[in-house]
Design a protein around this ligand. Structure first.
Ligand SMILES: Cc1cc2nc3c(=O)[nH]c(=O)nc-3n(C[C@H](O)[C@H](O)[C@H](O)COP(=O)(O)OP(=O)(O)OC[C@H]3O[C@@H](n4cnc5c(N)ncnc54)[C@H](O)[C@@H]3O)c2cc1C
Length: 605
């Protein structure tokens, strides 16, 4: 826990540490120490005077108290599966291995919780949950070895994070030993705990810097009654993203995993991982592994088929295979899980575990591949991972026949190229709002849309809006704005055909999320515009909008201003291209109709 390199530890002090756990569990033999010092890819090798293997929280507390009193640096370690070397004693620190704290203290299916000690492996926790017909939804390829303490300390991601969140979302309470040996018991089981500060979240993701996690109460969820898995060939990450939108639209919360893989990675796995075979007949540039799961026993297969059919019809999906058995589903997953392991066979690789906004993934991949290969000609980028939550493993593999050691020495330089791009992209995608024009959905349910013919216009329209909403807004803090005219009943409101729905889409108003900002658009002069109060009454925020400074616009603006409602946002004046592009660049969102509007090309002050 200290930054500076420690001096050699005094043998008498080592004996005091050993006395806490007993000689047998104070490992000094180099051969027996090896598994604690080398991480699996052999990228980080450490050295230590002693590996301590306590069996109880009291022993952990005594160790940390002694370490604190004697300023002895300690590195906590769980399953030693971390890929960035945080668990490795780089500076001769004592290793504090938590693997003997491996008891499951309680499984409570009524409260839907499991209380595990830190050294319980993820697989063990999942099996214990399954034994009472529950699911512990953290899922990692390293589950057989990584531990609950390590998962929480790294705030690990998950192939099921799309549906259930990452490690932090699963913890209800934790038990931690602080650096001075004090034990903080916050083993809370309550879902609703609104008592002051949420201390556990300080320790989750802290990688042992603030204390050693010794136990945790984890939230369990009902076990899915049906699961469908598909291996899908797509042409590009952009196509994969479109498929994610379709999956979210059709299957909603049932989309548990959505993993992206490139062809180069599949070939690597087929060459180096025994027993894997290509699930599809022909090669495709990219693949997606989709998993849907549901509490309903029946019907999920049809949902998966719908998602894929929609993808095939729109050209997003090129080919797909749905697993016909549990074995086949496991075979699909094995391909994805072997991406890490198989890389070892093709040379050194510089790793990045990055998260970018979901919508930014295709742009990120295109730009970062170009930047990395320009920086190291011949370098082989390998990007794969959880497209569903924007978390991508971006690895750069050494050029064929290059010297591995010389390549890996450039680790930091490659990191700098990748991270600079991520910062840029994240900044670019910090947009607060996206406006959805009606042109995108204008033809829905009209006679010009052969695929919609015969369908319910409102439902078709609502589906398009909901797809866009989940695509654009997702879990992010982005506002979606759209024109309101397709949501208004012209007859009931007395509006002209251009100001309201012309093809029966208006009932969609009750089928879309009320967090969309509706830009209510009018250019007929009237005494009242009943849509404004109606939309606000339904909980929408409304941005009254008009076209140029016409009389009608002024009348509408005046009416809108009378509405004293927190749901009413400013006033938007648009110009429909009758303004110089150069002028528009100067504008913030235009929120006022100017009384002294002079001409088409004049921009507001
Ligand atoms: C094949 C493979 C796939 C993986 N996939 C993913 C993935 O998709 N997403 C992801 O996030 N990770 C992934 N990982 C990385 C790794 O498995 C996770 O980070 C895991 O959570 C680490 O758990 P661990 O018990 O092995 O911790 P360790 O590797 O032992 O430790 C990790 C860090 O946590 C600290 N630590 C460990 N235990 C404690 C404790 N009890 N108290 C305080 N600090 C502690 C250590 O000091 C270190 O800094 C993968 C690893 C492998 C090998």
């Amino acid at each position: 826990m200290l930054d500076k390199p420690p001096a050699a530890v005094d043998p008498s002090l080592l004996a005091r540490f050993a006395a806490i756990v007993g000689e047998k569990y104070a490992v000094t033999d180099p051969q027996m120490q090896a598994p604690y010092l080398f991480e699996m890819r052999d990228l980080f090798r450490g050295r230590t005077p002693m590996v301590l293997r306590p069996a109880s929280v009291t022993e952990v507390s005594q160790i940390l108290r002694l370490a604190d009193e004697t300023a002895t640096p300690i590195v906590p370690q769980g399953g030693n599966t971390g890929l960035v070397g945080g668990q490795v004693p780089h500076n001769n620190e004592i290793v504090l291995s938590l693997t003997r704290l491996n008891r499951i203290r309680e499984v409570d299916p009524t409260s839907n919780t499991i209380t595990c000690e830190a050294g319980v492996t993820l697989q063990h926790a999942r099996e214990a949950a399954a034994a009472v017909d529950r699911l512990y939804p953290q899922l990692l390829p390293s589950e057989g070895t990584c531990t609950i303490g390590g998962n929480l300390s790294t705030n690990a991601g998950s192939t099921a994070a799309l549906a259930y969140g990452i490690a932090r979302s699963h913890a209800l309470g934790i038990e931690v030993v602080l650096a001075d040996g004090r034990i903080l018991n916050d083993l809370n089981k309550l879902k609703k705990d609104n008592t002051g500060y949420d201390l556990k979240n300080l320790f989750i993701g802290a990688e042992g810097t603030l204390g050693v996690i010794t136990a945790a109460v984890l939230r369990l969820v009902p076990r899915p009654r049906s699961v469908e898995t598909a291996f899908v060939g797509v042409s590009s990450p952009q196509a994969a993203l479109a498929l994610l939108g379709a999956a979210a639209g059709n299957a909603g919360g049932s989309v548990t995993s959505f993993e992206l893989m490139p062809r180069s990675g599949l070939e690597m796995v087929l060459r180096h991982a025994a027993g894997c075979r290509d699930p599809l007949a022909a090669p495709h540039p990219w693949y997606v592994l989709i998993e849907l799961s549901s509490q309903a026993k029946n019907g999920l297969r049809a949902v998966m088929e719908d998602v894929l059919k929609q993808g095939l019809d729109s050209g997003v999906v090129v080919d797909a295979a749905i697993a016909e058995s549990l074995e086949q589903a496991k075979a699909f997953w094995r391909i994805r899980e072997m991406f890490g392991e198989a890389q070892r066979h093709i040379g050194g690789s510089v790793k990045h575990d990055v998260s970018v906004p979901v919508a930014a993934v295709p742009a990120f991949l295109a730009e970062v591949d170009a930047a990395v290969t320009a920086f190291i000609p011949g370098a082989r980028p390998l990007a794969f991972g959880h497209l569903g939550d924007g978390n991508i493993h971006y690895n750069v593999i050494q050029p064929a026949n290059a010297d591995k050691e010389a390549f890996l020495k450039r680790w930091d330089e490659v990191n700098a190229v990748v991270f600079a791009l991520i910062d840029e992209l994240c900044d670019a995608f910090q947009a607060d709002a996206f406006h959805v024009g009606m042109d995108e959905v204008f033809l829905i349910a009209s006679e010009h849309c052969p695929r919609c013919r015969g369908g319910d216009p409102a439902k078709l329209f609502a589906k398009a809006v909901n797809d866009l909403h989940s695509h654009i807004v997702g879990g992010r803090k982005i506002e979606m704005l759209m024109w309101a005219d397709r949501l208004l009943d012209s007859k009931a409101l007395g509006y002209s055909e251009w100001e309201a729905s012309r093809n029966g889409t208006y009932p969609a108003l009750d089928l879309i999320p009320a967090d969309i900002i509706l830009c209510d658009w009018h250019y007929e002069k009237a005494a009242a515009y009943p849509s404004v109060p109606l939309l606000m009454q339904k909980g929408f925020r409304v941005w009254p909008s008009g076209w140029q400074p016409l009389d009608a616009t002024r009348a509408f603006s005046a009416f809108a201003r009378q509405q004293k409602d927190k749901h009413l946002l400013g006033y938007l004046c648009t110009t429909w291209g009758k303004v110089k592009i150069a002028d528009t660049a100067q504008w913030p969102p235009v929120t006022e109709v100017l009384p002294d509007w002079k001409g088409e090309a004049q921009s507001p002050k």
